[in-house]
Every structure is written in C-alpha cells, then in structure tokens.
Write a protein that binds this ligand. Structure first.
Ligand SMILES: Cc1cc2nc3c(=O)[nH]c(=O)nc-3n(C[C@H](O)[C@H](O)[C@H](O)COP(=O)(O)O)c2cc1C
Length: 410
C-alpha cells in the first residue's frame, strides 16, 4: 500500500470510528486532508452522520426521517416563527475579536457548575417526547451526551424514566419541571426526582398554555396517519402516560402549562426541596432580580426556542441585561438559536456559564439515533474549539465581554 492509500484508509477509518466523535480536534471537514480523501458524492440530504459539515445538515435529514406532524412539532415556533429566527439571526450582531500571537495549541473547554465538571460549556436543553423522533429517545441522547462529557436536562414529559436517563448519562441529569396545577402532583414529581438523585430542578416559567404553533399545524395537514392512538384528548391521555407521571394520581390535574403560577409558587417550591432550583424562561432584568430574591440557584435565559410568545426578542439579546442584574450571584445559562461553535463563544462572552441546544441534537436523533446526536455534539464542540484557538482564549474564563463587539440592543 502506498503512502496516499494508507492515508486515505486512515481517514476513512477515522471518519467511521467512534474515535472521530471522541476527538473533536481530528476533523476532516476542517482539514485540507479532506482534499486527499477519496471523493464521495453526497446528495442534497446526508445519509450518514459522518457526511455532515455542520449541524444544519441534520435538519433536512430529520425532516426526511420523520412523519410531517412530528417534524412539524420539532420545527415549529409560534405565529410566523419570527422569534425562532431572531434567536439565531441575532448571533450575527455579535462580532468576535481575534487576538494574535497566543499559543493556543492546548485549550481547556471544561465548564464547572454547582461543583461538577463537564468537558464543555454546551449542554442539552430539555425537549419533550423524544420518542416522536427516534425509538431510543432520551436514552440515545443521554448516551451521546455522556460520550461528550456534556450536561443534559430531561423534560417532565420525556419518554424515558429519569433513573434510566441518569444511568445512561453516567451522572444524574437535571429534571425540567412542569408542575401541573395540582400541588400533590408537583410534590410527587419532586420526590421522584429526589429518589433518582437529581441534583437540580429546572422550573419552566415561559409556558402559559395555548400557543399558535402554526408551522406544526400546517405540516400536520400533510400527515395522513391516525394520531389519536397516541394523542388522546385531555391531560390523562396526553401526558400521564409519560414515565414521570407513572404511579402518580393525576385525576385532579386539568392543565400542564396554564397553572396560574406566580412568584409565590417559586417560594413554595424553594421551601419544598433541597434540590437546586433554576428558572427557565427568564427574559428580563426585572424578572432576573426577582428570581435571585426568591432564592433560586440559577437562571436559564430562554424563550422556549421561540415556541412561547412571538416577542421578537432573542435570547442572546436578553442575556446581557439578565447577567448584569444577577451580578454574579447565581449562574446564568442561555439557550435558543445556537447553531455554531461561534454562537457558544459569543454567549459565553456575554456572560453565560453554559449554553444549551434543543433542536440541533433532535435533528441528529431523528436522522440517525445516537450516532446522529454524537455527531451534532462533536461538530459544535469542534467549531467551538476552533474559534477559541483562532480568537485567543485558552480557557472559558478568558472568554469575556472584551472578547466580542456587540451590536445587540436589549
Ligand atoms: C420539540 C421541542 C420540545 C421542547 N420541550 C420542552 C420541554 O418539555 N420543556 C422545556 O422547558 N423546554 C422545552 N423546549 C425548549 C428547549 O428546552 C429549548 O429552550 C429550545 O429548544 C432552545 O432553542 P433551540 O431549539 O433553538 O436550540 C422544547 C423545544 C423543542 C424544539
């Protein structure tokens, strides 16, 4: 075998091996080695995770793999999806300052949160009903997150039990909480989480119930399957089949989202568990101040991926004011519209401790199961490491407000 053949074989081996995922620095896509690899025709839609050049490549593959209604559920924002788009587009308003002549051959992307260490500041935001995307659902996602050393949050309405997800993740995941409108159910969910060793509860505060998910409604029209087998009417049919509600008396629950929660509820929750409590869905400095006063342990700046209200306010534009209001008292996390390693970098520069993704990993899951999720996480991590090297910071704490020029308006 000559030198070039041997090199090709090595490249092909790396591309198909789990090693490729585990070693973000080895990257065919970002190396001229790709020019020496064997040519391979790839259609408009990738049919293998190794063929993806960026996370966007997974979206059409997910669309192809899913029934229209399930893809619609994943894709949709609300009204005209303008807030969903703003989440991503506003990242272009932040520019990165590149410093030169820094030895960035070794970089450290470890993130520390509540005394635990993760390999990356990228985490997996809670996404409901992942069984609609792939039979392996949250289990596949947990295994992929474990391989990458990334943190993850399980949705109350996930399709997998929290104990199983934590086991596959290798360490306890956090539980996102939809408390319902029955305190008895809230307490049952809390006790289940505690029994599973869950260190933190993430109370989602940005869903009031009833939303105009128009993209879903439109795509649903192209789906001629019978949906009522899985989507019966009423709370009991729709949600109580989910593992978090198993063995819980849900007979008094009328609503998962429109529960009438106020700051009083946050106080009550605070006094009901020793788990850490984070609020997910905070978008203003005023609410951030109230949250800190209410004694929460962390805040996630989020607009539910543009699926709550059509506010046109992106999460990256809301982040700086929240960070300022919180003033270092608790960690501030952010999600929404993160599609590139440079987005992760910008969010960290504007004060986030960790940066969440929702749809991208679900595209990977829908298209290819666990290897798809792994590839999405690898690509984002690789891109993030690339921009760190190029711009100069060699550890997360060196990524500061001085690392970017922001054209964002709050
Ligand atoms: C299909 C789907 C389901 C979601 N389910 C939940 C959920 O159960 N609980 C929650 O707090 N957020 C939920 N979210 C919001 C995500 O946690 C996250 O805030 C959002 O997806 C981030 O935006 P991105 O998708 O642009 O990355 C969901 C998002 C999607 C796309």
């Amino acid at each position: 075998m000559n030198h070039i053949d041997a090199r090709r074989q090595l490249l092909r081996y790396l591309a198909s091996s789990p090693l490729f995922a585990a070693l973000p620095s080895i990257s065919l896509a970002q190396s001229y080695d790709v020019l020496r690899a064997q040519t391979k025709k790839i259609g408009d839609i990738i049919d293998s995770p190794e063929d993806a050049l960026d996370v966007f490549d997974f979206e059409p593959a997910a669309r192809k793999a899913l029934p229209p209604a399930h893809y619609g559920y994943l894709a949709t924002g609300v009204d005209g999806d303008a807030t969903l788009r703003a989440n991503s587009e506003d990242y272009a308003k932040v520019r990165i300052k590149a410093s030169r002549l820094i030895d960035a051959r070794k970089i450290d992307t470890r993130m520390h949160l509540f005394g635990l260490e993760y390999a990356s500041p990228i985490f997996l935001s809670p996404v409901s009903s992942q069984g609609a995307f792939h039979a392996d659902a949250e289990i596949a996602v947990a295994r992929a997150a474990r391989k990458k050393g990334m943190h993850m949050i399980l949705s109350t309405v996930g399709n997998s039990a929290i104990a199983d997800v934590s086991k596959e993740h290798g360490s306890p995941v956090w539980l996102q909480l939809y408390p319902t409108d029955d305190w008895g159910v809230t307490m049952a969910l809390i006790r289940k989480a505690e029994a599973a060793g869950t260190p933190a509860l993430v109370l989602t505060v940005d869903r009031q119930g009833g939303r105009n998910t128009q993209t879903l409604f439109r795509l649903r029209r192209n789906d001629d399957r019978t949906c009522i087998a899985c989507h019966g009417g009423g709370f009991a049919n729709e949600v109580s089949r989910k593992p978090m509600f198993q063995g819980v008396d849900v007979s008094k629950v009328t609503n998962l989202y429109g529960t009438g929660m106020t700051w009083e509820f946050v106080n009550k929750l605070r006094n009901s568990t020793k788990m850490k409590i984070l609020l997910k869905g905070i978008m203003t400095a005023e609410d951030a101040e109230k949250a800190v006063r209410a004694g929460v342990d962390g805040i996630i700046v989020s607009n539910h991926g543009g699926r709550a209200e059509e506010s046109l306010q992106s999460t990256i534009s809301a982040l700086p004011a929240v960070v300022k209001a919180v003033d270092g008292k608790v960690p501030v996390l952010v999600d929404g519209g993160v599609r590139r390693g440079t987005d992760v970098y910008k969010a960290l520069a504007l004060g986030a401790t960790a940066v969440g993704i929702g749809r991208p990993y679900c595209w990977g899951l829908a298209a290819f199961g666990q290897p798809g999720v792994e590839a999405v996480l690898s690509i984002l991590q690789r891109e993030f490491e690339t921009i760190m090297r190029q711009a100069g910071p060699t550890s997360l704490k060196q990524i500061t407000a001085a690392s970017v020029i922001s054209g964002l308006q709050a």
